[in-house]
Structures are given as structure tokens and as C-alpha cells.
Design a protein around this ligand. Structure first.
Ligand SMILES: [Fe+2]
Length: 351
């Protein structure tokens, strides 16, 4: 999920610092490197097109620059905005590295033939379930689909067995989502891959009938908390991030995990890749190796992102339901199709 406002980039950056998880990054960030003496073997400077939450990537960049002396310039946008930009720029792209919140935008750049192979040392520290079969990019973090709901409105025995149930008439007017965001569209891309086009079309039709649209996952969760709507289909870290702060936007909210390999148990992989056109390939590869390495993954374990760690045997934050207990469906992230999802959601009147 991204809330963007280029004209107010400076203000939005300040707001990001205050709101943390409540607002994803916005506008273009200032160069995040320091002038520390180069200490690594891949000295230089890289530009990262960043669609991950800006606060998380800044933590990675600061640690990486402190260790290697390599300066990193961040350009901030949302998943498909940045993937489209990379494709449009082609060989002339100033991007050395692309980081996303979700896999479909990575698959799009991969399909355009613009990624270099990920270095073997990096691939070796990421388990196969958290990277595409092609190794043209790698998982860097993960997030789980979750239904957050108001216990006072929905008793445990009335919770849906499957995310697909949310298209049934009994759920009319009872749930919310942020259909315009890359996070939600990744969930739809998994549904498409798991159940096919006809089932996805039918579910989206039911969603249009039944759901309320909000802009942003935090906004949808706040609506549940405020009693505007009974439940919202979002990612888990919005809940845990709020709980770790004041909890004021989630005190009336309980997370429910679908499990059973349901499409609603989809775990979305955030991706990182090095552009084939990079003039600083060694430094770019070392950045990817760093964020999937022990120190990079510990940023996920100990920081405030509440996203799952996926590599280098680093455990996730112990406040989270362990990944292994989520019973996520198996989806090859290289097969997720953002263009088809946009088409189907537009047809359904959701975009
Ligand atoms: Fe997000």
C-alpha cells in the first residue's frame, strides 16, 4: 500500500517518520548514504528504486552503508508505478536495484528481460520457497494475508472458512479492503494463479457487491476499529505495527488467519533484483546479499516493520504467528500476473 503525494514530498517524508507504518513512503527520498570511508570490496554508489515501505528500506540502507561505505540513493514509488518506469527506461534506467512490496511487479520486470541473475551467494542464503524458480530476483521479506475483524460484531463461529466466502451474500456490506493498492492486488494475483480466471472473476464480482473500498490498508483497519465495518482483508503487519505503538487504531480488532492453503492464507513475497543495465553491478549485488544476509534479516526481526524474515535462518519477530503455522498455499511468485489482475479488477468495477 502506498499513499503518494509528490507535490508534498517533504511534508510526506516528515509524516512518514511520525506515522511509521500508517503511511508508506512518498515522493523521492534524499540520498541515504553517508560519507563513511569505503570499507567493502564493491565500493561505489547505487540507486535503488524502492517500492517497499520507505522506513524499512532506510533501515537496510543505513546498515549497508555503515558496513560497506557504498552510498545509496532511494527513489520512492509504488510497485507497478516503479516497474512500469523501469520498463519504460529500459537500458537507460538509472536504477541498479529494484525492491518491491509484492511479487507481481518483480515478475513484470523479469518478463521484460531486464533483470540480471542474482548472485549465487545471495540465492544460497534464501530458501527456495521464498524466491522465484528462475532466480532472476529474490525474496527479501514476506507478509501474510489476514482478516482483521471486530469480535463484538462477528463471533468466532461466524468467521469465513475461506476468503472465497467473502463473496457470498451473507457478507454484503460487512468487509473492507484497499483494492487500489499493490498489497491487495497481490492477493488477487495469487487467487488467479491458484483458482484460475473464471473463479477470480466471480469472486471479484462478489467483492464489488459486498465490500467497502478504502484507500490504504491502515485506513481499512481503522474503519474496523471505529465500528464502520465488521472486517477488513489486509496484511498482518498493519495490525502488529499499530499494536507495537499505541494500539489506538487496532484495540477493537482481532487478526484471523485462514490457513489450510486457502487463497486467503497467501503469503506475499517482497522482492529484490539487480537490473541488467546496472553500471554498478557488483555494488548492487552486494546490497541484495546484505539485505538477505543475517544483518539485513535482523532488521526485520528486531525493527518496526513487522514483516517476516525469510533468509539466512534469522527468525521473525516473536510477536508474529510463525510463518510455518500459516499453512500458506504454494505459489511460484514468478507466475503472478499484475496486468491480468488490473484488467479483471477494472472489469469488475473495483478500479
Ligand atoms: Fe504495505
Amino acid at each position: 500500500m502506498k499513499i503518494r503525494n509528490n507535490a508534498l514530498a517533504g511534508i510526506a517524508l516528515a509524516a512518514t517518520a511520525v506515522l511509521g507504518l500508517a503511511a508508506c513512503g512518498s515522493g523521492s527520498a534524499a540520498p541515504a548514504g553517508s560519507s563513511a570511508a569505503a570499507g567493502g570490496s564493491a565500493a561505489g554508489e547505487i540507486t535503488v528504486y524502492n517500492a517497499q515501505h520507505e522506513s524499512l528500506t532506510k533501515e537496510w540502507v543505513d546498515a549497508f552503508t555503515a558496513e560497506t561505505g557504498i552510498k545509496v540513493t532511494l527513489r520512492q514509488g509504488d510497485d507497478t508505478e516503479m516497474s512500469n518506469q523501469i520498463i519504460q527506461e529500459g537500458q537507460a534506467s538509472p536504477a541498479d536495484v529494484f525492491l518491491t512490496e509484492n511479487s507481481p511487479a518483480m515478475a513484470q520486470v523479469e518478463n521484460a528481460g531486464l533483470f540480471a541473475d542474482v548472485d549465487k551467494a545471495t540465492v544460497d542464503q534464501v530458501p527456495a520457497e521464498f524466491r522465484p524458480s528462475t532466480n532472476k530476483w529474490t525474496g527479501i521479506a514476506a507478509r501474510s494475508t489476514v482478516l482483521v475483524y471486530d469480535k463484538n460484531k462477528i463471533s468466532a463461529d461466524k468467521l469465513p472458512k475461506s476468503m472465497l466466502d467473502l463473496a457470498n451474500p451473507e457478507w454484503k456490506g460487512k468487509w473492507a479492503a484497499s483494492p487500489s493498492g499493490a498489497d491487495f492486488q497481490a492477493i488477487v494475483s495469487a487467487l488467479l494463479e491458484l483458482k484460475g480466471e473464471a473463479a477470480t472473476q466471480a469472486w471479484l464480482k462478489g467483492m464489488k457487491e459486498n465490500s467497502k473500498a478504502y484507500k490504504g490498508n491502515s485506513t481499512a483497519m481503522k474503519a474496523v476499529n471505529a465500528g464502520e465495518v465488521d472486517a477488513a482483508l489486509i496484511y498482518h503487519y498493519y495490525y502488529y505495527g499499530d499494536q507495537a505503538k499505541t494500539g489506538e487504531n487496532s484495540k477493537n480488532v482481532t487478526p484471523f488467519y485462514f490457513k489450510n492453503q486457502d487463497p486467503g492464507a497467501f503469503v506475499s513475497i517482497s522482492g529484490g533484483g539487480v537490473l541488467k543495465s546496472s553500471k554498478n553491478a557488483a555494488a548492487a549485488q552486494s546490497f541484495l546479499k546484505f539485505i538477505t544476509g543475517k544483518k539485513g534479516q535482523e532488521v526485520l526481526q528486531k525493527g518496526t516493520s513487522f514483516e517476516y524474515a525469510v533468509a539466512s535462518d534469522v527468525p521473525s519477530n516473536d510477536k508474529l504467528v510463525p510463518l510455518k503455522e500459516l499453512q500458506a498455499p504454494t505459489v511460484d511468485p514468478a507466475k503472478l500476473n499484475s496486468a491480468k489482475v488490473t484488467e479483471l479488477m477494472t472489469q469488475a468495477g473495483l478500479l
